[in-house]
Structure formats: C-alpha cells, structure tokens
Design a binder for this molecule. Structure first.
Ligand code: FDA
Length: 540
C-alpha cells in the first residue's frame, strides 16, 4: 500500500523533538517549525537541518562559526532555531517560513562578522547557516571557479592550489573567513594591488531573492549584481554561490618580514613608508602591523612595526627593488623566503608552513573577543602623529591590539569609485584598521578594551579621511550608527554610516534595495534600508 504524499510524520517528530527537549514554545515558534517541517517532509532531513534550543547539538552548531567571543556569552541573544540547509529548496523553505511567521533571518557563512551580526539579533530570529554549502569547482582551462557561500577562503585557496600553482584568487588573508560575507563586502588580501578586490573578480552569482526566486547575473540584472558585490551582506538576498575569475600568479613568489621597534627607528621608517609604498609596482603587496612587544630590556615593552609583504617574483628582484625605492627598510636576503602562492597564504595567515591541509582546519587559530575600527588615510601622517599612535600601543589595554595598515595604489587606483559599492579607490595611501582583542574570560572587562579602541579612533581624527570619514564595511563598526532594527529607519539616519562605507554609492544601493526588497525583509543593524520603509508606509 502506498502512503499519501502528505504525512503527519514531520509534525509528530517536531512535537517529540520539542517535548523531549523540554522547550516551551509560543505560537509563532511552533508555527515556524511546523511550516518548515512540513516543507522538509522527512525526519532524517529535519534532524540534520533544524536545531532548536536544547537540542544537544544546538550550542555546538551555534558556536562552531562564532569568530568573536564577545558575542558568545550567556547574555548574548540566541536564535530560536539554527537551520543548516542541505540543498537550495531548504534555503527557500527557511526564507518562506521566516517571512510567514515573522522571524528575522540572519544569514551566516563563515561567521566572521566583527559585530556578530550573522548570529546575534535583538529581535526574535533564526540563523540560516550555510555550513553545508561549501562546494567548490575549479576550472583551470577557463580560469574560473564556482564557490558556494559557506566555503572558507582557506578551502577555496586549497581547491585552486590542488589543481594548479599558477592561478589564484585575490581575497582575504584569514583562512577561516567565509566567502559569503567576505565577497558581500569587497574583500582584499595580498593580491589586491595587482588585481583589485575579491568582488572586482566575481563574474556571476546565484542568489535567492526575497520572493524565493533563484537568480543568476542575467536574471537578477546588473544593478543587483553590482549591489551584492560589496554592498554588505544580509541586504539584497541570500547569495548561494559565486563565479570567480581566477588570476595568474608565478610559480614562485617572495615573502618578507622586517621588524623595527621604537628603538630601531620604527616611527621614522613608517613615516617614510607612507610616501613610498602606494607608488611601488603593483606586483608588490606591503602591509605594516603595529603591535606591542617585549623590548630587549627585560620587563619593559616597546612598539614594533612589522613590515610584511610579497612580491610576485623572485628574491633578487625584490631586494633590488626595495634597496632602490625604500633603502631605509634595510631589507636583506635573510628576511625573505621564496615559496609558492599557496604557501604564502599560510605565511600571511599566521599558520605553520608545514602542510597546506591546515587551510581546511577551521580551528587552527584561537578565537578571541574583539572590536575593530577602520580608516582610510590620504595624506602622510606627520611624525608627531605617528609618535602619538605608537604611544597608545604602550597602554595596558593594547597588550593584544594591532593596527593593520596595507598600502593601497596599483590596481586600486585604476578602478573607478562607482564601479562597485566599495568606493575607497584612488587617492588612498593606505587603510588603517585597528583590532583590539581580549580573551573570552576577560569579557567582563570588554568595556575597557572597547573604550581604548574608541580613544584610538578619536586620536586618529586629524590624520584620516574626512567628510565622510570613510570606513570598510567588512570591518563593520556599530559605533558609526545603526538601523532601528524593528522600526522605521530613515534614509537620513542610515546615511550617517552609509556614506562612510559606500560614499555616493550609498544612494544607488538604496535604490536597488527599494526595488528588490521594498518590505525590508533582509535586514540587520547596518543593512541598506529601502527609501520608504514599510513601517512608514503603513503609518506605524
Ligand atoms: P559572516 O557569516 O559573519 O557574514 C558577514 C555578513 O554577511 C553578515 O551580515 C551576514 O549575514 C552576511 N552574509 C553572510 N553570508 C551571506 C550570504 N550567503 N548571502 C547574503 N549575506 C550573507 N576582510 C578582508 O577584506 N581581508 C582580510 O584579510 C580579512 N581578514 C579578517 C580576519 C578576521 C580574523 C576577521 C574577524 C575578519 C577579517 N576580514 C577581512 C573581514 C571579513 O571579510 C568580514 O568580516 C566578512 O564579512 C566575513 O565573512 P563571513 O562569511 O566569514 O562572515
């Protein structure tokens, strides 16, 4: 005998699941679960896809992709359910049921959002976690790849290197960052002076819009395709996968590190660097990290500027270039290492150089609590300004802080400001992102570290971009302003942070948002609002 297609089994399983877990649920929660269970229609799928609170795996699934333990405390608001879709229809069902039953959806790929927006919300919410959307297809013949949003950059780089050592992709340096969030905000790394941002090298995408339609570049149209490549995540739809244009790299690249502390003229050398680095050939990437370190005198601290970089070429070429253009650095052969591009990924990611398999390990590095702030610098900072910056790193709160300062120029100078939502192109000498970190156990003292970060930001005011003071959306900073998360956010209100992240592109992003998601379903504290908010229209 054949059973009818519609079965009560999913419903019964949800009842059993919840009664066993002791969870007491209100109507919308029940309705959401029932809606989703009926659509998934099979217990074994339900048990692999839906994690409600008190499910024994709920916390491990939640915590697996939390990369800022500031948002991993008992007081942090938790999702009512985490959904880990196995296929596209599960994503559509989650979207459908969240909309129908009034749950906010937080989309999570790698979980690196520095303000935790992919897994924290002040209003009832579910997480759509793309951890099973990690497929990667590399086509070396056509020099393209498709990557699903839940894949990490490490997995992407690994998959490329498994097929060729002369192609790469120009994205970020941390191997656990997710493709989904990273590409949605731009994404830069060691190849960006040569090839631009990750987003500059995306040639197609697969996205589900608010109405559940599955769109590619052609069907979403150029406006939407423009917006999803840098306009910030959780705003225009759920991006399932991206098509990437791979870029050529030589079989051998050269990496180098030179450390200079205050006693070794770090201030003067960094001052000089500002005049030179952005004009160097685009085959060279150069980054300065400022950190507090032990000094040679036992028991005392100093500040170190670490000059780290990579040339798409050999060691002799690098030394000749630096000795000619930036002799103050004193670069010598012992500071340099020739290696393959994939090994350079380990080098810049702070990973041991032994085996590239570590790129597949999401727990290779410890997770800390952190606060980030970013700035763009267009005029060299005077020496006196750098001295003040260095002295802030001697403060107690800066024990585990870093200013990351990649030189701009090269390809970034050639791409017009409105080519993609990311507007920080020609005219920038460098970006300066500060990250202050502390351990989860020190979370009770978060305030003091965050206030150090704000003081540093305030100190930097005279030296950084103005009107607007620009910021990088991928180092999201809620101090810049937030949407009213469950209420009307005016264009003016969102403009405060919107122009900092996107400059004039903010206006076009608002237009696209108004067209594709006028009811503002996809939203978070800093998503682009539609021009006329649905709440305003209803007169609420
Ligand atoms: P996460 O999953 O938290 O998503 C971030 C945002 O995008 C959230 O709003 C989320 O809802 C949304 N989103 C995620 N997936 C989506 C999807 N499929 N569709 C629609 N929206 C989606 N940046 C950089 O340019 N270069 C670098 O080298 C680094 N390095 C780095 C190191 C570390 C330790 C951190 C914490 C961060 C960086 N970053 C960075 C910043 C990083 O690019 C940024 O945080 C990305 O948004 C992270 O993307 P994830 O997918 O990991 O985050």
């Amino acid at each position: 005998m054949k059973f009818p297609q519609f079965s009560m089994l999913p419903f019964l399983m949800v009842v059993v699941m919840l009664s066993l877990s002791g969870t007491t649920l209100s109507h919308p929660h029940w309705d959401f679960l029932l809606c989703l269970s009926l659509r998934l229609a099979n217990y074994s799928t339900i048990s692999k896809v839906i994690y409600v609170q008190n499910n024994p795996s709920y916390l491990s699934v939640l915590n697996a992709s939390i990369h800022n333990t500031r948002f991993s405390t008992p007081a942090t608001p938790k999702p009512f359910a985490i959904i880990t879709p196995l296929k596209t229809s599960h994503v559509r069902s989650t979207l459908y049921c969240s909309k129908k039953h009034g749950f906010q959806l937080r989309i999570r790929s790698g979980g690196h959002d520095v303000e935790g927006l992919s897994y924290v919300s002040e209003v009832p919410f579910v997480i759509l976690d793309l951890l099973n959307f990690r497929a990667i297809k590399v086509d070396t013949k056509n020099e393209v790849a498709w990557v699903q949003s839940g894949a990490t950059l490490g997995e992407l780089y690994y998959a490329i290197a498994a097929k060729t050592n002369t192609l790469a992709f120009p994205a970020g340096m941390c191997h656990t960052v997710g493709a989904g969030g990273h590409f949605s905000g731009g994404g830069y790394g060691t190849l960006f002076r040569k090839y631009g941002l990750a987003a500059d090298n995306i040639i197609d995408a697969r996205m589900i819009d608010v109405n559940g339609r599955i769109l590619d570049r052609k069907s979403m149209g150029e406006d939407v395709f423009w917006a999803i490549r840098g306009g910030g995540g959780n705003t225009f739809g759920i991006v399932l996968a991206w098509k990437l244009k791979l870029v050529p790299v030589p079989a051998v690249v050269t990496v180098f590190t030179v450390n200079k502390n205050l006693e070794q003229n770090a201030t003067k050398i960094f001052h000089r660097w500002q005049y030179i680095a952005h004009k160097l050939p685009d085959d060279l990437f150069m980054n300065v990290w400022i950190t507090k370190v032990n000094s040679s005198q036992v028991g005392t601290k100093t500040v170190q500027a670490t000059f780290r970089g990579m040339l798409l070429g050999g060691v002799d070429e690098l030394i000749t270039l630096i000795q000619d253009k930036f002799p103050e650095l004193g670069l010598a052969e012992e500071n340099c290492n020739e290696m393959s591009w994939i090994e350079s990924v380990l080098y810049f990611g702070g990973l041991p150089l032994q085996s590239v398999d570590i790129l597949l390990d999401k727990n290779a590095l410890p997770t800390l609590s952190l606060k980030a702030k970013s700035d763009y610098v267009k005029e060299p900072i005077p020496e006196s300004g750098i001295e003040g910056l260095m002295s802030m790193f001697l403060e107690e709160e800066a024990d585990n802080a870093v200013a990351m300062i990649p030189a701009f120029g090269g390809k970034m100078d050639e791409i017009p400001e409105n080519e993609l939502p990311y507007p920080h192109r020609a005219g920038n000498l460098f970006e300066a992102t500060s990250i202050v970190q502390w351990t989860k156990e020190q979370n009770a003292e978060s305030g003091k570290y965050i206030s150090w970060s704000r003081r540093l930001y305030s100190y930097m005011t005279p030296y950084v971009s103005k009107s607007p003071r620009e910021a990088y959306v991928n180092y999201r900073d809620l101090d810049l302003g937030i949407n009213n998360i469950n209420d009307y956010t005016s264009y003016e209100q969102a403009s405060i942070w919107g122009f900092k992240y996107f400059k004039n592109n903010f206006k076009r992003l608002v237009q696209v948002k108004t067209k594709v998601d006028p009811m503002n379903f996809f939203r978070n504290e800093q998503s682009i609002p539609p021009l006329l908010s649905p709440w305003k229209k209803k007169g609420n």
